[in-house]
Design a protein around this ligand. Structure first.
Ligand code: GLN
Length: 511
């Protein structure tokens, strides 16, 4: 028996599993407490993981957040951490902390499907660098989370394995494409998660599920082992129920990686220390034109609540402009689909995953891609191939690159006038499942606030601002390249002022 916590009475089967209230409380709280309790032998990593696995068994059938959970490997890795602790060997900052990982991050020997039929049976022979660093910090990879196929979508409905539900309202979307990671956090199944963000895929689900997510500066986190969608924007992003947890996770995964030539040779800052810094005198730039464009009053009120709270803590609120941000949706959907059309050419039925054998090579290729890709992925490959074609690249691809340059300049100018930009994350609160499925353009337009930030490559923290009881909504705090600390500092102040830390949806009533 260990001090502080008792071991659960039976650990061998869900039917006999008894939850231990103190371990449940630990899993619903901040992850530094889990790591500390494991290090101090107040609880075993195995007990922590058993509880997380138990909640997945209970809740995942209703949410469809996890696509794959390898229970025995989870428990094996947890007992390895316990062995290290028992032998007095040093353990990492996330010792025994379960982390849900989006299914487009490679995990050695374990399915990595990108929620696509074409990769349904793919098991990579290596770990993504972000995953490798998590293991190095002695975190436990709890399972792989559902998503829009290859990251293409904003609702997690474009998954070959069924949509994800929002734990705050099962009729609504948890956002996307990292909707599985978001639902895992918001329902309490996992205390930490990794997602990926190309055009908003950690920020928008965070906003839809009352969570915090960090889209790091392009190059801050290695993309090695992150299955490519649009390589000039893809970034791995931490997701959590508090800014401190997200910052702790970023500290583990950030930093130069020789396996990714686009990862930056740039010192990793102390993101946890940034959470403790006051914000007096900090200049917060509000982009009024974006606020006015929000479609729902709740979103506007959320921004105002954030402005008031930051001002009350001593920040100086200034108005700034991003004159070209409204062009971001058009530019992004040309550039992202162009890059996707090139990146996804590798799925040819020869090298990875699905192979639909036909008499000829061309027939095999055609059948594999026809069967393997879903409708949205096909739509994007077609759009991108068109934009890159000899006759149209000047009109579309090059034009979009020029717009991207203008947007980058907008951010550089705006971030001279303030340390952090404040904008809404989404134009609406979570939409209903199915609401945008018949009209792809309306789904694309829902990304208006996240896309300009992705095109500019700057870091942004999405944090909740909704009032308890209302539908989730959030704001983005965006900083200059590699100044994540500024955005984190502002997010920590906001989280404290609005008391948004650690929100978990109570699903017991709805399922
Ligand atoms: N919703 C955007 C898209 O569909 C962004 C997705 C993402 O960031 N992976 O491309």
């Amino acid at each position: 028996m260990m001090s502080g916590f008792e071991e659960p009475s039976d650990v061998n089967g869900p039917q006999h599993f008894e939850e231990h209230p103190s371990v449940v409380a630990l899993l619903r709280g901040e992850t530094c407490h889990i790591a500390r309790a494991v290090k101090q032998r107040q609880v075993t990593a195995v007990a922590v993981c058993q509880h997380a696995l138990h909640s997945i068994k209970r809740l995942n059938p209703s949410l469809n957040a996890f696509l794959n959970v390898d229970e025995s490997r989870v428990l094996e890795e947890a007992s390895e951490v316990d062995r290290l602790v028992e032998s007095g060997l040093p353990v990492g900052p996330l010792s025994g902390v379960p982390v849900a990982v989006k299914d487009n991050l490679c995990t050695e020997g374990q399915p990595t499907t990108c929620a696509s039929r074409i990769l349904a049976d793919y098991r990579p022979p290596f770990d993504a660098t972000a995953v490798d660093r998590l293991r190095g910090a002695h975190a436990i990879i709890l399972g792989k989370t559902n998503m829009d196929e290859f990251g293409m979508g904003s609702s997690s409905e474009h998954s070959a394995f069924g949509n994800v539900k929002n734990p705050w309202d099962l009729e609504r979307s948890p956002g996307g494409s990292s909707g599985g990671s978001a639902a895992a956090l918001a329902s309490g199944m996992s205390p930490l998660a990794l997602g990926s963000d190309t055009g908003g895929s950690v920020r928008q689900p965070a906003s839809f599920c009352n969570l915090t997510a960090i889209k790091p500066t392009y190059g801050r986190v290695s993309r090695f082992g992150l299955v490519s969608y649009a390589s000039s924007m893809d970034q791995v992003g931490p997701m959590a129920r508090s800014i401190r947890d997200a910052a702790a996770l970023l500290s583990v995964v950030a930093g130069r990686d020789p396996k990714d030539a686009t990862s930056a040779v740039q010192e990793v800052d102390d993101y946890l220390a940034a959470c403790e810094l006051p914000i007096d005198g900090m200049r917060i730039g509000v982009v009024r034109s974006q606020v006015h464009r929000a479609q729902q009053e709740e979103v506007v009120q959320g921004v105002e609540r954030a402005v008031d709270a930051l001002r009350a803590r001593g920040a100086k609120v200034v108005d700034v402009a991003l004159p070209h941000a409204h062009l971001a949706v058009s530019a992004y959907y040309v550039l992202a689909t162009s890059e996707a059309s090139s990146n996804l050419a590798r799925f040819d039925g020869m090298r990875f995953g699905l192979r639909e054998r036909r008499a000829s090579l061309a027939g095999t290729l055609q059948a594999t891609r026809s069967e393997g890709f879903g409708a949205e992925v096909k739509r994007r490959i077609l759009l991108g191939t068109y934009s890159l074609s000899a006759g149209y690249q000047d009109a579309y691809y090059k034009q979009a690159q020029k717009v991207r340059t203008l947007i980058c300049r907008d951010y550089a100018a705006a971030l001279q006038q303030c340390e952090v930009l404040l904008t809404p994350t989404t134009p609406t609160t979570p939409f209903r499942l199915g609401e945008h499925m018949e009209d792809p353009l309306s789904m694309y337009l829902a990304d208006i606030y996240t896309l300009p930030i992705s095109l500019a490559g700057v870091p942004s923290v999405a944090t909740p601002v909704s009032e308890a009881g209302g539908l989730p909504t959030g704001v983005q705090l965006t900083a200059a390249p590699f100044r994540e600390v500024e955005a984190i500092r502002a997010a920590a102040a906001l989280e404290e002022a609005l008391q948004t830390k650690g929100r978990i949806a109570d699903l017991a009533l709805s399922i």
